[in-house]
Design a protein around this ligand. Sequence first.
Ligand code: IPD
Ligand code: CA
Length: 278
Amino acid sequence: MTSSADSALAHDLLVLAERAARAAGDLIRDERPDRLGVSATKTSPTDVVTVMDERSEALLRDLLLRERPDDGLLGEEGGGRAGSTGITWVVDPIDGTVNYLYGLPAYAVSVAAVTGDVRGGDWDVLAGCVHNPASGETFTAARGGGAFLDGRPLRVSDVSDPAQALVATGFGYEAERRRRQAEVVAAVLPQVRDIRRLGSAAIDLCQVACGRVDAYFERGLQPWDMAAGTLVAREAGAIVSGLAGAAPGEQFVLAAGPSLHAALEQILAPLRPDADAV
Ligand code: IPD
Ligand code: CA
């Protein structure tokens, strides 16, 4: 495939990703019940699913596969299927579910079109959209085409000194993992400007892209948490990786502009933030 055919495909996929993310965003914002309950739990009692996660994922699956019936799909709430085109839609119907449950306005729908082996960790994102229906903000990126917030081009911050860096992070749902994550944060906090825990990995990565935070790190992310946001951050100039040049994935993700990324990796690596026990 030529590169202009590649970018035309990425553009078309982005148009569809944004349409789907906005439709699901309207649904979760407009039809959120006043008394929203937890309909199930996943990895721990704090890892919740609401009826709106399920409805949002059903909407995304129906819309995306109606338009592109031969693509694959991987969704947080179990909506998986293999496709035959080489493209898989990786969707998080509500990223920031706990914020959504409490009515805090930091949640998003994340929709990405990827190629490669998503479960095996060897994949590339062609197009991605992170839409926060509570703030109305929409982050978009197509590979090689830059990153945008509501149509405005994005660039990561130029902070390179960790002491001046505002650093976002997040925590998993399992108690033992959180204990370790808290140890890592305790060691990092005195060395940076401050720490933020926004509650949505997709939004965290987009905040790196637009310089509202300087960096973000987390262990335990799943493909749906990070697919679209990773492309938005990279297209805005961030390095998004694991430790020691590893691909970003469940083991660890660090996102920042190039020189801050290198400096933070020096602080983080000895703390073994990619391990549950040391
Ligand atoms: C979670 C959020 C959170 C992050 C967790 C994710 P969910 O996704 O992105 O910020 O710290 O690791 O699991 O459960 O809200 O879709
Ligand atoms: Ca998520």
